[in-house]
Design a protein around this ligand. Structure first.
Ligand code: ADP
Ligand code: MG
Length: 805
């Protein structure tokens, strides 16, 4: 904030007297000027050049002014400013007995005559009490400078000394301070006043003096330090200010006091320091002076910041109204005028402390925790903790998330927001792991092409490997034998169930074969006039001319030898033909056999359908003829036998018999069709399974033969019957999830090198069996951090199980 330049304000206060020199001292009508007029000294003759009239313009003349008005005029605004962060200094200057102490301290016996210091204390505490922010600290100190000696008037040590050795005025970047001066925190007005009064009674040096029996012979500086912290959200604003209230020793000249002995010495000191003060004031008032000799006396040094600094400064020149003191009065008014020339630049002593912010936030957190505790106890949730989750709690959540994904539990227990966040975190981790795994699996199996990379897609289309949708395609037996080129997709469903075996896994990948549905009833209705032959695809197997005779077992289907490997993999349609000749011959043969059976059933079914349709049409013809016969009978009149039965003719009888036979034939035909359809459905499934098996085995064969590097295949061999591309999902999942097993394996590996750590981890594991996952991972991480262990583990037994994931 830019400082605004201000002039020091100066007031004059006249001590009431019965002998007021009315003819000598005159006040201006606005109470801001004072005129002094001295009659010419007749003794000095007619020629007398000595000035006899002076006029002083000040900020106010306090004449017959109450303590209350004097305070309001001189101090109130300055104290208010101090409460907002501006330092302030009020200084009383004048000859002994002129009323400096009365102005500053007042008559301590009576409340209404109390001076600036008690009133300032009161104003500060009243403001504190009204403040919305209770974080205000008020401290006080009381320094006396007597014969160039610093005395702590609030010291508890004997005779106002300092317990930390001799006191000293010290300059530091933050300003001048008195080393060893005690500063007392006062919680309330009463305490501050009590200290102040006590100091005044007991400590202050007062010398008997011809002018005034109880006038002080020392300079006294009472300081009120205000420190307030206010908070707006997390921003903590600290205000540090002080009010310096100075009661100077009498400024009278030596000659007048007729002092002797040590009083003379006192007077000498006083005069010296005051004349230094005067020099300082003159220097400060002169903008061309760059050096101000503050250090010349203790008084000027202590007042360095208060006078020339960045504070509000007010001077009260106390004068006596008697003619006899006119010289001193003139001197004091001159001093006041000079003070008015000084300009200061009050600055706001405000800081935003990080430490303060942290403290405020800590306070806020503890308050909120208390609130939560109250809330929880009201709703019977007293056991809920809101502290950050521990490792074991995180592990528990992780375990629950895994169980939830497996379907072992239906719900995950959460009682606070931290847990909810951790659950989501765990889901995210799992999803990321799955993404990486799926991508790795796809990459090991497919050459992934970015669908938006049109050049690459076009090149592959040209080679006849993918269709426009990015599907790998080639014609095998008249149907699209399509396998997804599987463009990378981060979307994943829930966790996949571990596969029981490759057979079941393949079933999962098989789409439901299209199958004709059986009609609800056995007898045909109108809607079943023509039984559809849709789905009875007779194309199956029509192009099935290449049934292989090879009897190689599929499980032993050997990949193309490394030495025979081409530098780049052949197109899949070409490789597929090769596969059918070699490793895939058996499955290919079974596939073809199944297809021929299917085809035979379908052909049979088709002929049955055809026959049924013929029967159906014949039945309708007979039905129509029968109807016509009945009509004719009714028109000609019916014959009835003795028992009342209608007698029909032979033609009608034959028609009825024929219809009965046709219905029987229809029923048996339909039953045969039903049986055939079930067979076809079953055969269709077999064929589809065979087809999928053929494709997947081909993919494996193709990967082994042309894509997976030889060394990777070698690395995987020792792990039993795991074959690249054939790793059952449950094996992979097991390896990934069973951290207990992994940990135990790790223990076995590290045991010879670091048994102590293993026992530790084992004990840890046993102690908390719930935390399998996170704890083991943490243990593994710890072990990995130890170079010896990991080297040994890698050297002795490679972590092959990690290679699988
Ligand atoms: P100083 O401190 O300047 O030596 P004091 O404050 O001790 O002078 O005043 C001397 C005497 O004059 C005291 O008894 C004080 O009560 C009295 N006095 C000074 N100023 C006033 C005033 N404005 N009204 C009433 N009494 C005053
Ligand atoms: Mg005094």
């Amino acid at each position: 904030m830019d400082a605004v330049k201000k002039r020091v304000r100066a007031f004059v206060r006249v001590r009431p007297t019965d002998n007021f020199a009315q003819d000598m001292i005159k006040f201006g009508p606005d109470d801001k000027s004072i005129d002094i007029s001295i009659k010419k000294d007749a003794k000095k003759g007619v020629v007398n050049n000595k000035q006899t009239d002076w006029s002083f313009r000040l900020d106010g003349v306090l004449h017959h002014t109450s303590q209350q008005l004097a305070y309001e005029t001189v101090a109130k605004e300055l104290v208010s400013q101090a409460l907002t962060g501006y330092n302030g200094t009020i200084m009383c200057y004048g000859q002994t007995g002129a009323g400096k102490t009365y102005t500053m301290t007042g008559a301590t016996a009576e409340y209404q005559h109390r001076g600036i210091i008690p009133r300032a204390i009161q104003q500060v505490f009243q403001a504190t009490a009204c403040s919305v922010d209770p974080c205000v600290t008020v401290r006080i100190s009381y320094l006396e400078i007597y014969n160039e000696t610093l005395v702590d008037l609030l010291s508890t040590a004997p005779r106002g000394g300092s317990s930390e050795g001799p006191m000293a005025v010290v300059d530091c970047p933050q300003g001048v301070y008195v080393k060893g001066l005690s500063i007392h925190t006062v919680g309330q007005e009463e305490d501050a006043l009590h200290l102040f009064f006590e100091a005044g009674e007991t400590n202050r040096v007062i010398a008997e003096h011809t002018l005034n029996k109880s006038s002080s012979r020392s300079h006294c500086i009472f300081t009120i330090y205000i420190e307030s912290r206010s908070r707006l959200f997390s921003d903590v604003k600290c205000i540090n200010s002080r009010i310096t209230l100075v009661d100077l020793a009498g400024s009278e000249r030596l000659s007048k006091t007729a002092s002797e002995g040590h009083v003379l010495k006192e007077t000498t000191y006083i005069n010296k320091s005051l004349s230094f003060l005067e020099q300082i004031v003159i220097a400060l008032a002169d903008p061309r002076r760059d050096h101000v000799p503050f250090r010349q006396s203790k008084l000027t040094h202590v007042l360095k910041d208060s006078l020339g600094g960045n504070c509000n400064t007010v001077l009260v020149a106390n004068i006596c109204g008697e003619a006899v003191h006119v010289e001193e009065t003139l001197s004091s008014l001159r001093f006041a005028t000079r003070m008015k020339w000084i300009t200061t630049e009050p600055v706001l002593n405000e800081s935003h402390t990080h430490e303060g912010t942290v403290k405020a936030l800590e306070k806020e957190i503890s308050l909120l925790k208390q609130e939560l505790a109250v809330h929880d106890s009201l709703v019977n949730r007293s056991l809920v903790s809101y502290d950050p989750l521990t490792d074991s709690q995180i592990a528990e959540i992780k375990s629950q998330v895994h169980k939830y994904l497996k379907g072992a539990i239906d719900e995950i227990d959460v009682v606070n927001v931290r847990q909810v966040q951790e659950v989501f975190q765990q889901f995210r981790l799992i999803v990321r792991q799955q993404e990486r795994k799926v991508e790795a699996r796809l990459r090991s199996k497919y050459v992934l092409i970015d669908k938006t990379d049109f050049a690459a897609v076009a090149a592959v289309q040209k080679a006849g490997v993918v269709d426009v949708d990015g599907h790998l395609v080639w014609e095998e037996d008249g149907r699209d034998l399509a396998t997804r080129a599987a463009p990378y997709s981060p979307r994943l469903g829930g966790k996949r169930k571990p596969r029981k075996g490759s057979e079941q896994a393949r079933k999962e990948r098989i789409g439901s074969p299209s199958s004709a549905r059986a009609p609800d009833g056995v007898l045909p209705s109108r809607s079943q006039e023509i039984i559809s032959t849709k789905g009875l695809d007779v194309k199956e197997g029509a192009r099935d001319q290449d049934a292989a005779d090879a009897d190689a077992e599929l499980s032993t289907a050997a990949p193309v030898k490394a030495s025979q490997r081409p530098s780049s993999p052949p197109p899949k349609p070409v490789a597929f033909e090769q596969f059918k000749e070699e490793g895939g011959s058996e499955i290919s043969r079974i596939f073809k056999d199944n297809k021929s059976i299917l085809l035979a059933r379908k052909n049979r079914s088709k002929s049955v359908v055809h026959r049924i349709n013929l029967i159906k049409r014949e039945m309708e013809d007979v039905q129509r003829a029968l109807e016509a016969q009945k009509q004719e009978r009714w028109q000609q009149g019916e014959y009835v036998d003795e028992e009342g039965h209608t007698i029909i003719d032979e033609k009608e009888f034959l028609l009825i018999m024929k219809l009965k036979d046709l219905k029987e034939e229809y029923r048996s035909g339909y039953a045969e069709l039903q049986g055939l359809r079930e067979e076809i459905q079953y055969c269709q499934q077999l064929v589809d399974q065979c087809r999928n098996k053929l494709i997947s085995e081909f993919e494996i064969w193709y990967s082994e033969s042309f894509l997976i590097p030889k060394d990777v295949q070698e690395a995987l061999k020792p792990r039993g019957n795991i074959r690249p591309g054939m790793i059952p999902i449950n094996r992979v999942m097991c390896l990934e999830e069973d951290e207990q097993e992994r940990f135990e394996r790790m223990q076995e590996m590290t045991l010879p090198d670091c048994p102590g750590s293993v026992s530790f981890y084992r004990a840890k594991m046993r102690s908390d069996q719930k935390h399998t996952y996170a704890r083991t991972m943490s243990a593994l991480r710890q072990m990995r951090k130890k170079p010896g262990i990991i080297t040994a583990a890698r050297k002795n037994k490679p972590l092959t199980f990690l290679c699988v994931t």
